[in-house]
Design a protein around this ligand. Sequence first.
Ligand SMILES: Nc1ncnc2c1ncn2[C@@H]1O[C@H](COP(=O)(O)OP(=O)(O)OP(=O)(O)O)[C@@H](O)[C@H]1O
Ligand SMILES: Cc1ncc(CO)c(N)n1
Length: 263
Amino acid sequence: MTEVKKVLTIAGSDSSGGAGIQADIKTITVHGMYAMSVITSLTAQNTNGVFGVLDTPPEFVKKQLDCVLSDIRPDAVKIGMVSSAAIVRAIAGKLREYCVKRIVLDPVMVSTSGSRLLAADAVEALRTELFPLADLLTPNLPEAQCLCGREIKTAGEMEAAAKEIAGALRGGVLIKGGHLTDTADDLLYHNGEYTWFHSERVQNPNTHGTGCTLSSAIACNLAEGYSLKESVQRAKDYLTGALKAGLDLGAGSGPLYHAYGIG
Ligand SMILES: Nc1ncnc2c1ncn2[C@@H]1O[C@H](COP(=O)(O)OP(=O)(O)OP(=O)(O)O)[C@@H](O)[C@H]1O
Ligand SMILES: Cc1ncc(CO)c(N)n1
């Protein structure tokens, strides 16, 4: 019998395959793990933008979660786009009911191309219902700004924001630096300690799905049993490799190449 780790992604579908569920399944598969998915929304999108969003009815999100969680228990879970407060509550209820562990929450609010993917009133539901369940929250800079209500420009401001956001959490906060201009340094705040993950910026404009890829790679490494710090470093290395692979698809901000280590 083959033993594999199982990772569940709860996220939106990206028809162009670069972000969301599709990025997550590619990431999990390339990590040699078994991917499962609960789809919260269908998006009609491509490298140019998001042209439509169709939410899954919350009762159907619950049904998908019941099917997965009552049958194949995931070793880790990644949560991405959750567009409404009702879907947030549906997910939180089921994660509590099945005592799911090792949860990475990517608080997706706006797509790389600038479309809103989370209703304004859902931010509060995310904070009260899902933050307490997360082992790690992974906001990008605009999301961290929204969560702490002020601008973040410097490393010192990133540290202050991470500490403040972590106040509402049991787990850690990773503020991603993909929206910085000179570097791509990410900051982890966990158990009162700051850890910086430094990286050169890869000169590749095709960054569609970087956040989804990073959070699902972190979930894979947590499933494998790595510590939070090790999981973030290994995921960042994976992400950097997928960016460096230099895929150039579509007219806008294109997707990453996941199979760069294969073949
Ligand atoms: N040009 C780049 N070079 C190197 N690393 C990058 C670059 N752009 C983003 N990253 C890295 O990608 C990861 C995701 O960060 P980012 O801030 O882009 O997330 P995001 O905005 O949530 O992504 P998206 O919404 O596009 O899925 C981080 O580790 C960040 O440092
Ligand atoms: C479905 C989906 N989730 C997340 C993002 C963020 O990049 C996106 N563009 N689409």
